[in-house]
Design a protein around this ligand. Structure first.
Ligand code: BTN
Length: 268
């Protein structure tokens, strides 16, 4: 395997400080951790405390699934975000993080990323990244949201496509580019976009970003099957509303679903 440059906290801190001089943040890079999300949820942090790890031993995916996180080949990144408004909806934030991550990957050179509600990033119909948002009450009237982002960068160097640990087709950044990706540069582009865009979300909510989602929505006008826990529903996906809820035409009636209601959403 070719040498892959390690993540560099000092370089990232300096580069981001120059790019976002008015944002205060902290970056730490860990060699190994169970989960960067779990770590930040439990750690005393300021706003925009970022944790990147070279490896996660029990990386968390959505719906209790594991996120395969081998050493030194991908990006495992979590950002703590403190806020005092419980109205802020984590579902819209998950979608927004997808939009921001897609934009960052495209800026880096991976073209035509698509988004699959609520949190999958796809390249050529295969999963290249995922988002996991977790939230806890933190201090009096303050909530902590941890935004977790996993991006496959060099996963194909250490894992076979049919590895049983990943249950859906996947790809990685190196397979999408003609040059050798640099994980520090990808992390820089991602965090810069996050620091610039999250304050707009606080002010304007998801509605501001709804058109950006629709432009990348891979489910749009596709037949989808939703497992809601109570029943299985089938319909035609009609995009998302201004809260980030999935809109589905079920027998001529448009119904909306939050990610909390839907256990699984499959495209048929
Ligand atoms: C999914 O698609 O199921 C969501 C995957 C989220 C993975 C990231 S990697 C960094 C952060 N730490 C975790 O344990 N999970 C998220």
């Amino acid at each position: 395997m070719n040498f892959i440059k390690p993540l560099d906290a000092l370089w990232l801190q300096n580069a981001l400080q120059n790019a976002c001089p008015n944002t205060s943040f902290a970056i730490e890079v860990l060699a190994t951790i169970d989960s960067t999300n779990r770590y930040l949820l439990e750690k005393e942090t300021e706003n925009f405390h970022v944790c990147l790890a070279e490896q996660q031993t029990t990386g968390r995916g959505r719906m209790g699934k594991a996120w395969v996180s081998p050493h030194g080949v991908n990006l495992y990144c979590s950002i703590a975000w403190l806020f005092d408004d419980p109205i802020l909806k984590a579902s819209g934030l998950s979608l927004l993080t997808g939009i921001i991550t897609a934009k960052a990957l495209e800026e880096y050179g991976v073209s035509c990323i698509e988004l699959k509600w609520p949190n999958d990033l796809l390249y050529q119909h295969k999963k290249i990244g995922g988002i996991l948002i977790e939230m806890i009450p933190y201090k009096k009237n303050i909530y902590k949201i941890v935004i977790g982002i996993g991006i496959n960068v060099f996963l194909s160097r250490v894992l076979k496509q049919d590895d049983q640990r990943i249950k859906q087709p996947w790809t990685d950044v190196t397979s999408a580019l003609y040059f050798e990706p640099d994980r520090n540069q990808i992390a820089y582009t991602l965090l810069k976009n996050l620091f610039e865009t999250l304050p707009i979300f606080t002010e304007k909510g998801f509605a501001e970003f709804q058109p950006s989602w629709l432009a990348k929505d891979t489910l749009l006008n596709q037949t989808v099957t939703l497992e809601t826990g109570k029943k299985t529903l089938k319909g035609i996906s009609k995009g998302v509303d201004s809260r980030g809820y999935l809109l589905v035409d079920i027998e001529g009636k448009i119904e909306s679903f939050s990610s909390a209601e839907v256990i699984q959403c499959r495209v048929d």
